[in-house]
Design a protein around this ligand. Structure first.
Ligand code: SF4
Ligand code: SF4
Length: 229
């Protein structure tokens, strides 16, 4: 029947309207900004940089490899590599970004920078209240603004962050095992070299061992007794 769909829709609206006086679950609007709906796990806005621990500089995971800068489709990432190095999460000396800017007026939230980063250093933020009065310099997010702790990452993407932590812990354990194996191999090689150096230098020749003057494999020369006269 024509108009049946409209009537059914109106019935749902009416039921929710009347029900919202008795059941809070039927209230589908929230009093923003005092009230907020929780954002889903995979919601994303603009990227941010992760640091471990409490020091945003020492714990910054980014090693300024510039892969994300090259891969960003609208080219809105700007990085200057440091001159010196600092230890990364496995203790290996690495460069870090002296400058790391993202122009969020250009960023299209595609997440490609996150996908290509080999160091789990850049992730997507959920912060959407970013309106500014000035639309040029204020929309350029600097390293200091972009750097956020791993605890913050756990808060906004709890499931993803646990997987990332596990991947990093596995990588650190593998690096430690490799280092240990290399140290053991070096110690063994040094011990073998020392043993070879302390061994006696005289080598017992086959001749002296057998008392024979013939070459190895050659039949020993027969000794002939001179006939008695
Ligand atoms: S989300 Fe996309 S557009 Fe934005 S910085 Fe990353 S790669 Fe560039
Ligand atoms: S965020 Fe990742 S891909 Fe980008 S420079 Fe840092 S380590 Fe490299």
């Amino acid at each position: 029947m024509i108009g049946m769909g409209i009537l059914k829709g109106m019935a749902v609206t009416l039921r929710n309207f009347a029900g919202s006086y008795f059941d809070k679950e039927r209230l589908i609007t929230v009093q923003y900004p005092e009230e907020r709906n929780p954002l889903p796990e995979n919601y994303r806005n603009f990227p941010f940089l992760i640091y471990d621990g409490n020091d945003p500089h020492a714990g910054l995971r980014c090693v300024a490899c510039q892969i994300c800068e090259k891969e960003c489709p609208p080219q809105c990432i700007y990085i200057i590599k440091s001159k010196d190095k600092k230890p990364d999460y496995v203790g290996k000396p690495q460069f870090y970004p002296a400058v790391f800017d993202i122009d969020i007026s250009v960023c299209m939230s595609c997440q490609i920078c996150v996908e290509v980063c080999p160091f789990e250093a850049i992730k997507m933020d959920k912060d959407f209240e970013l309106s500014k009065r000035e639309r040029f310099d204020n929309l350029l997010s600097r390293k200091e603004q972009l750097s956020k702790s791993n605890e913050y990452y756990h808060k906004i993407h709890p499931i993803e962050a646990v997987t990332v932590d596990k991947n990093l812990a596995d990588a650190a354990a593998a690096a430690e095992a490799k280092k240990k194996a290399a140290a053991e191999a070096a110690a063994k090689a040094a011990a073998a070299k020392a043993a070879a150096a302390s061994a006696p230098s005289s080598v017992i020749s086959p001749e002296s061992a057998t008392g024979s003057t013939s070459a190895p494999g050659e039949k020993p020369a027969e000794t002939t007794t001179p006939p008695k006269s």
